[in-house]
Structures are given as structure tokens and as C-alpha cells.
Design a protein around this ligand. Structure first.
Ligand code: NAP
Length: 286
């Protein structure tokens, strides 16, 4: 069993830390907003007073925060206090270039890094069924996969540092397409005067069906926009997709379109809504 430090107890991080505790690991946690750690403390986690102390007491440090700059901030704050050989596993979705940069900056200090962004959503985190794209050396990834096992359905090495994030961005391109397919299809049915519940059931059960139909469809039907995966996080990821695509010289026109549509929700203050709220854009309900 490992001594694990966990940073970032949001929608994804909190249940992941819970699974590590259930598996018998020693888990120290730190969260910017401290109250979010309370239920984990009841399960046996210890709250570190600051990031330096978390780093000092951990063999493995897992972060699940927000954007590239957030990950950089917490990793840099811990890097000088971690013992040589400490394994940093970052599960946030960030820019591949930042993952590569963190890996090399940590290596200069004798520390190890694996970028390990996840897919499977909040339900995947709660049920311990995440798919994880791992970038790093074969040895470090093997160790990271063993640590993450309690909340993993499938985890694989996809290349060197940064490749995990690149695979996650490719995943987000597919997620965006499925989301816009669902929203555009059901909005079309609604505007045609069809029964939307029937459309969801019949189309979702056929060739037009998808994970988005199954999991986001019920949210559309009940106008339940609680996260889940927020508009804020999806537009962040699409921004990273678009800049990575520009660097690679690859066109991603669908991703750019879905990003523009989602930004209309951000413009009216709905960036914390789940991405299925894209349906309201189609129905002019902003
Ligand atoms: P979230 O609920 O907003 O939680 C973010 C966590 O990061 C919070 O604990 C927040 O602290 C912390 N944080 C953010 N910036 C920080 C900073 N600069 N310093 C310290 N702590 C910071 O987000 P989430 O949904 O768990 O997502 C976390 C990561 O996983 C993101 O990169 C996201 O893109 C990715 N992801 C999310 C999903 C999903 O379905 N939600 C799926 C796959 C991947 P506070 O509590 O103080 O705000």
C-alpha cells in the first residue's frame, strides 16, 4: 500500500480519493476549499495543512485540478519538498505541451511524472470505471496504473509524457461530435412537433444512438443541467484541442463549431451547467 497525497477534491478528484481509501492506501489530501475534504476525513483521510507538507509525506502525488496553469501552480509548489523519486500523476485535462514541460522540470529535480487524464465522467469517477490515457516512461506508467487501479476500468500507456493529454484531446473531439449530434437531433425533432421522449428512445436505440444519447439524453428531457462535465471544462478542453490542432496543422472544424455554440452558454453565465445544456442553445432558451 502506498502513501498517497491527493490534490483537488472536485467532482472527479473526491470520489477518486475515496476509492484509494477504500483500497487501503494511506491518503493525505489538500484542497483549496477545505470543506470539500470533510467526508474523506470521515473515511480516514488526513488533511495536510499545505501543499509542501502534503508533498513531504507522500510517495505518490495525484492531482486532479483544472487548467494547465492550475496544475503548474500546485506541482511547482510541491516539487521542492518531495523526496527524490516521488511519482507525480496528473489526472487533469491540460495542454500536452504543459505535461511535457512539467515532466522535464520534475525530472531535473529527480522526480517522476505521468500525465493520466481520464474519461468516463463523474459517474465513472464515482463507480471506479474510468478510462485513463497514460503518458510517460513504461516503468512510471506501470507504477501509476497500479496506484490508479481502484478507480480504473481501462488504463494504458499511449506514449511518452504529453501523449496521454494528446489522446484525451482526441477523445474530446469525439465527445463533442456525439454531444452536438444528440442536441441537434432532438432540437430538430422538437421543432418538427414530434414527441421528444419518443425521438430520444427510438433514435437512441438505433444507428443514431450513442453514449451521449444514453447518458445526456435523460438530462435533456428533464432540463437537468447539474454537472457532470461542465461547459467551463469542455470549452477549456476544446481550446486546447484547437491550439494543439493548429500546431499539428490539422483541421478540426466540428470541434471549433461545438466550441462556439458552447461559448454562447458561457456568455450568459451558464459555464457551470453540464454540457448537455447545449440543447438550450438550439432551442433559443438562453
Ligand atoms: P471541479 O469539480 O471544478 O474541481 C476542480 C478542483 O481543482 C477543485 O478541487 C478546485 O479547488 C481545484 N483547483 C482548481 N484550480 C486550482 C488551483 N489553481 N489551485 C488549487 N486547486 C485548484 O472540476 P472536475 O470536474 O473535478 O475536473 C477536474 C479535472 O478533471 C479538469 O481538468 C477536468 O477537465 C477533468 N475532467 C473532468 C471530468 C468531469 O466529468 N467532470 C471528466 C474528465 C476529466 P476548489 O474546491 O477550491 O475550487
Amino acid at each position: 500500500m502506498a502513501r498517497i497525497g491527493f490534490v483537488g477534491l472536485g467532482v472527479m478528484g473526491a470520489p477518486m480519493a475515496g476509492h484509494l481509501l477504500n483500497a487501503g492506501h494511506t491518503v493525505n489530501v489538500w484542497n483549496r476549499t477545505q470543506g470539500k475534504a470533510d467526508w474523506l476525513v470521515e473515511k480516514g483521510a488526513k488533511v495536510a495543512p499545505n501543499l509542501a507538507s502534503l508533498a513531504e509525506s507522500s510517495e505518490v502525488i495525484i492531482s486532479c485540478v483544472g487548467r494547465s496553469e492550475d496544475v503548474e501552480q500546485v506541482v511547482v509548489a510541491m516539487a521542492d519538498c518531495a523526496a527524490e523519486g516521488t511519482l507525480f500523476i496528473d489526472q487533469s485535462t491540460i495542454e500536452p505541451a504543459m505535461a511535457r514541460s512539467l515532466a522535464s522540470r520534475l525530472a531535473e529535480k529527480g522526480l517522476r511524472f505521468v500525465d493520466a487524464p481520464v474519461t468516463g465522467g463523474s459517474m465513472g469517477a464515482q463507480n471506479g470505471t474510468l478510462t485513463i490515457f497514460c503518458g510517460g516512461s513504461a516503468e512510471n506508467v506501470e507504477e501509476a496504473i497500479e496506484v490508479m487501479k481502484p478507480y480504473t476500468k481501462r488504463a494504458e500507456r499511449v506514449g511518452e509524457a504529453g501523449a496521454g493529454q494528446m489522446m484525451k484531446l482526441a477523445n474530446q473531439v469525439a465527445v463533442g461530435g456525439a454531444l452536438v449530434g444528440l442536441c441537434e437531433s432532438l432540437a430538430f425533432a422538437a421543432k418538427a412537433g414530434l414527441d421528444v421522449e419518443q425521438a430520444h428512445s427510438m433514435i437512441g436505440g438505433g444507428a443514431g444512438g450513442s453514449w451521449a444519447f444514453q447518458n445526456y439524453g435523460p438530462k435533456l428531457l428533464s432540463s437537468d443541467w447539474t454537472p457532470g462535465f461542465s461547459v467551463k471544462n469542455q470549452t477549456k478542453d476544446f481550446g486546447y484541442c484547437e491550439s494543439a490542432a493548429a500546431e499539428l496543422g490539422v483541421e478540426v472544424p466540428m470541434t471549433a463549431l461545438v466550441n462556439q455554440l458552447l461559448k454562447r452558454l458561457s456568455e450568459v453565465g451558464r459555464e457551470e451547467d453540464t454540457t448537455a445544456a447545449l440543447y438550450d442553445v438550439y432551442l433559443d432558451r438562453l
